[in-house]
Design a protein. Structure first.
Length: 270
């Protein structure tokens, strides 16, 4: 077998998690990530017949039995992943019973997957129905997005409009807008169900006072989506309470959509 730490998916995951920490979006053990792996990703790098141990789950993922995911570990720090990936990451396969997973690699110190795994797998199940190519669910504590959620209520139209009007690229990158959840206890099936419901119609769900859930076809897309929302939120926080004389008008957002030819939530504009 080839060195799994040199597999392209592993190299890019380590780089991404390191970058999330560098940006200040993953303090302590904040944030988590799951990445759906294909056979071609792990071929030659991982023996899928070798099961290290079976780990129970607190929910039923029967509809994705057999799928394999790279998942960050519970209580692990993103800043440490680059130094010891095998302790901080794990590769799991949803077991035949749908209520447990087989550990194929990682969590070498006896650890397990993130406590947010229910939200991640429910989100994967939802997004795969919308987009069969969706592979990544990324949760991170993006600073300005959290700050913005302290100012605005969980009104998706209001929040989306505010983000769209901060910079030209916002409506281009997330024309479907963002989902918003009011504060909920994290690490539960309830927040997983609520998040997955939001992701039926968009690729971003903001957890009030907590952070962002971003999804995508690959790490670049999911990261870029989160990055764009966070940049718009930063601009909002830099200018909140001030007279924004040059804020993008609704008519200009419509013009932008017409020129670039993308659909958007038309009911979000006046």
């Amino acid at each position: 077998m080839k060195n799994i730490l040199e597999a392209p998916f592993m190299v890019e995951t380590v780089r991404t998690l390191t970058n999330l920490y560098r940006l200040g979006w993953a303090e302590r053990n904040g944030g988590n990530l799951s990445y759906l792996l294909y056979d071609e990703d792990i071929d030659g790098y991982l023996d899928t017949n070798k099961i290290i141990r079976n780990i129970p789950m607190s929910f039923d993922a029967s509809e994705i039995v057999g799928k394999i995911f790279l998942v960050t570990g519970t209580g692990k720090y993103f800043k440490n992943v680059q130094y010891d990936p095998e302790a901080n990451l794990g590769i799991i396969r949803i077991a035949e019973d749908g209520k447990s997973c087989d550990l194929l690699w990682g969590y070498k110190d006896g650890g397990k997957f993130t406590s947010e795994l229910p939200a991640h797998l429910m989100s994967h199940m939802t997004r795969l129905k919308v987009d069969p190519e969706n592979r990544v669910v990324m949760h991170t504590h993006a600073t300005n997005t959290i700050a913005m959620s302290l100012i605005l209520g969980p009104d998706e139209k209001e929040f989306t409009r505010a983000l769209w009007k901060m910079q030209t690229e916002s409506i281009v990158v997330f024309p479907e807008g963002v989902g918003i959840l009011p504060w909920m206890v994290c690490g539960t099936n309830d927040i997983g169900v609520a998040t997955a419901k939001k992701l039926e119609n968009c690729r971003i769900c903001i957890w009030t006072t907590h952070g962002i859930y971003g999804t995508g076809k690959d790490l670049d897309e999911a990261f870029g989506l989160v990055e764009t929302v966070e940049k718009a939120a930063q601009l909002y926080m830099l200018t909140v309470g001030q007279d924004r004389r040059n804020e993008i008008k609704d008519s200009e957002l419509r013009d932008l959509a017409a020129v670039f030819g993308f659909d958007y939530r038309k009911d979000y504009l006046d």
